[in-house]
Design a protein. Structure first.
Length: 407
């Protein structure tokens, strides 16, 4: 392959030898160090072969000695191509301009990739890079990788290690985040009471700090005091001498009721594919974008479009500022119809499942679930009720100050 490439660049010809002594001509060429390959002998005694262009100019004395008729039957390679197209200089100019533009684009960054980020999103990291004016389209020569690494470590406190490198037209930013938070949140130690966040019947109660005001089995109302942060100190006669304030702490679970509701209209809009499709192309070059779509048959038609965009690249790490997207559209038809009983049941199940998942994420235990579908003039109403066991503790500051001891 390389040998053929070098021969094409330097140029070569196909020759035909007839009459005289072709064998002597070939021997003389071999003795003079001239290159000949692909020798073929025809039925009528003619020889055909290939010879480099630079050696053709040296064969004239050998042709006279051997007495052969030397004829060139084909010319190949770059020198002959240029000669044949010397009047079409604009082709060469266009080709040269294309490669010059291609080379110019390789001097810029056209893609930024992040690795190792979990706490920081790609958008957060791009914002940090833009503080240093690092974005797609910047010259690679303006990027100081060491300086950028030091800036990212300073700007992002949870990052412990940064590596910035440039490969092709891509900027790689690899980071390692701190697995332990750099600061521990300060906990509030001020005195407080525990009150009921909602009404319910207490199922379990474990008090770690404070004076309990209710017991297991009691029914409490929202806002009722459960554990007091005021601890009284009594004397031998049972009278209160003084008191001190603490931060009440307890795990109190109660059986409560969670309600949810979902409203639906009497009819709903349904969109279905009509079978017609449209295709198009989306082209983007830097800040410019173009969209080419097949014309639609009517202006009031509804279409749903989806597009997959891809960035042009020469090799794995040589991205270019060109984007191509294939657009596919489906014509949709809209009409209104009433809900079926099955659809209402499915929507009720969906609402039930959604609320159940929200409660389970909070660690709430679900004991019972009931729902019903009501119909009115304005529409449907899905009403649900769940009996759950959950924590009802809510903190509020202690407003009462401790009593001063009598002298």
């Amino acid at each position: 392959m390389l040998e053929w490439l070098f021969r094409s660049i330097n140029g070569y010809v196909r020759i035909c030898l007839r009459g005289g002594s072709p064998e002597r001509f070939l021997n003389l060429c071999n003795a003079r160090g001239l290159t000949i390959w692909g020798i073929l002998c025809g039925k009528n005694g003619e020889y055909a072969a290939f010879m480099p262009l630079k050696d053709v100019r040296r064969v004239k004395p050998l042709v006279k000695k051997s007495g052969v008729h030397f004829r060139i039957t084909g010319r190949f390679g770059l020198p002959f191509f240029i000669y044949r197209n010397k009047k079409r200089w604009y082709w060469a100019a266009g080709l040269g301009a294309f490669f010059l533009l291609l080379y110019t684009m390789t001097l810029f960054i056209w893609d930024i990739e992040f690795e190792g980020n979990y706490r920081y999103t790609d958008d957060n990291l791009r914002v940090s890079l833009e503080k240093q004016e690092i974005r797609c389209g910047i010259l690679k020569g303006k990027i100081d990788c060491g300086e950028l690494e030091a800036f990212l470590r300073t700007d992002l406190p949870e990052v412990t290690w940064v590596s910035v490198s440039i490969t092709g037209t891509r900027l790689f930013v690899r980071i390692r985040e701190n697995e332990v938070l750099s600061h521990v949140p300060q906990t509030d130690q001020s005195p407080c009471d525990l009150v009921a966040a909602k009404s319910g019947t207490i199922r379990s109660m474990v008090v770690r700090e404070g004076a309990p005001q209710v017991e297991v089995g009691d029914t409490v109302e929202a806002g009722q005091l459960l554990v007091s942060g005021r601890i009284p100190v009594t004397g031998d006669d049972g009278a209160e001498i003084t008191s001190h304030l603490v931060r009440a702490d307890a795990d109190i679970e109660a059986e409560t009721t969670e309600e949810y509701e979902k409203k639906l209209p009497l009819v709903r809009t349904v969109r279905t594919p009509a079978g017609q499709k449209r295709r198009g192309l989306y082209l983007k070059a830097g800040p410019l974008s173009f969209t080419f779509l097949m014309p639609a048959s009517g202006e009031k038609e509804e279409w749903d479009y989806q597009m997959e965009e891809r960035q042009a690249k020469l090799f794995s790490n040589y991205y270019l500022p060109f984007y191509l997207g294939i657009i596919e559209g489906k014509r949709m038809v809209s009409y209104e119809r009433a809900y079926t009983q099955q659809e209402l049941s499915d929507l009720a199940e969906e609402a039930r499942k959604e609320n159940r998942e929200k409660l389970e994420e909070k660690g709430v235990q679900i004991l019972e679930n009931n729902d019903k579908i009501e119909k009115s003039v304005s529409g449907y109403q899905i009403k649900g009720q769940m009996v759950v066991v959950e924590s009802i503790v809510k903190r509020q500051p202690v407003t009462e100050t401790p009593n001063e001891p009598e002298e």
